[in-house]
Design a binder for this molecule. Sequence first.
Ligand code: GLU
Length: 507
Amino acid sequence: MDRKVRVRFAPSPTGPLHIGGVRTALYNYLFARKHGGDMILRIEDTDSHRFVPGAEEYINEALAWLGIGIDEGVREGGAYGPYKQSERRNIYREHVKMLLDAGKAYIAFDTPAELEAKRAEIPNFQYDASTRDSMRNSLSLPAEEVKRLIDEGTQYVVRFKIEPGIDVVVNDLLRGEVKINSSVLDDKVLYKSADDLPTYHLANIVDDHLMEVSHVIRGEEWLPSAPLHVLLYEAFGWSDTAPAFVHLPLLLKPDGKGKLSKRDGDRLGFPVFPLEWHPEGGEVSSGYRESGYLPEAVVNFLALLGWNPGDDSEIMSMAELIEKFDFGHCSKSGAKFDFEKGRWFNHEYLQKLPDERLASLFKPVLAANGVNPDDFTDDYIARAVGMVKGRIYFVKDLWDQAKFFFKAPEAYNPKDVKKRWNEDTPRIMGELVEVLRGMADFSSAAAEPVVLEWIASKGYHLGNVMNAFRLTVVGECKGPHMFDITELLGKDETISRINKGVEVITL
Ligand code: GLU
């Protein structure tokens, strides 16, 4: 059947969006864009006890930061709204009634205490065809009694009446046919009179149907719910237009076994949330954005956790991912969360940024380290970062690599001093100052041969002289090409640093 691709990302606003949820959103988005379809953002807030203030805004902000565009949603609007489940109570009430009228669902009055007692009495108790007659519900009680209880305002739930002994087949695009027998399922609660709200299962199915969702792409943790969903579609008579399922593989711990958790991030030092999360009165959790990741790098990294393009390309823009994305290259086994690879992607994407852009990202880091960025031209900052960016994983690493461009060294690496400085060095550095002073052209290309010729003509040790020179200018024997450094610092600054080094460094 040819139908328009319509997918939805359907988070529950119960806290910050986990990085696994971000990957689910991304795959939905890539699939929608690839097929010219629609991407819906539906807020599934029917569990009033688990609602967390700020979570919905967080979801919007995270998706926007990553460039995961939404076509229909609470903020975007659309023809299938409202897109927040708590605003769709009438729709659910109507659909609960449809199931009740058709005898596919029933009303149950059992109190939590009664259910508890049953569980204590019967091992592995399950509310289903074998037990429902012994419970207090509209199937076991006389009709007048049911009416009386409801009229009196007794709280009740509506349960789905599952017929036992039926083979239920879930068609999953990744996993093929997943079969289970309906006898293992319990009569799930679909609606609670106490808060006049449906449960996840009912709301999810009704909305996917009404919003004409063509593909349900979600995490593997929802696979156990899928047979129930298949039966619900059937009960409503919607099987012909039921969406195709794709249950994405779990994200696994970087080491060891099991599902990726926040604790793994804390233990190994990486965020599991896209943005920093500040819970009311709780501990702040780190986010990719605040940790210095570029959104493009995060997207690229996540895209490859559970999917590959079929060749060995790794660096792919959103446009390329859209072009290449397909479920044929998705794996159904869990994907190890290789956060080192995430750092590598960030490194690669930082290399692709123009130096001017990197320089502007670096300015707040300069300020945080006590350097006023306005004391330097944009061009100066850009040239400095351009020389060291090959060594960085995050923008903040630029400080360690490039600080000497902005501040003369205040200390000199003792090991380097020991290795490269001897009693002749001050005299030789004095000569070097004279050589540099005499130069008309201080550019790297012009200065380098002059200095090298001077060293050769004097018969000095090249390594020792150049490293002592570097020590005075940089503070340690590391960094980019020496004459590129001095070109940018300029003659006066270079000479003043050599002089200061000679004055300060003692053996
Ligand atoms: N509200 C569910 C969640 O939080 C949606 C699951 C689904 O996509 O069906 O993930």
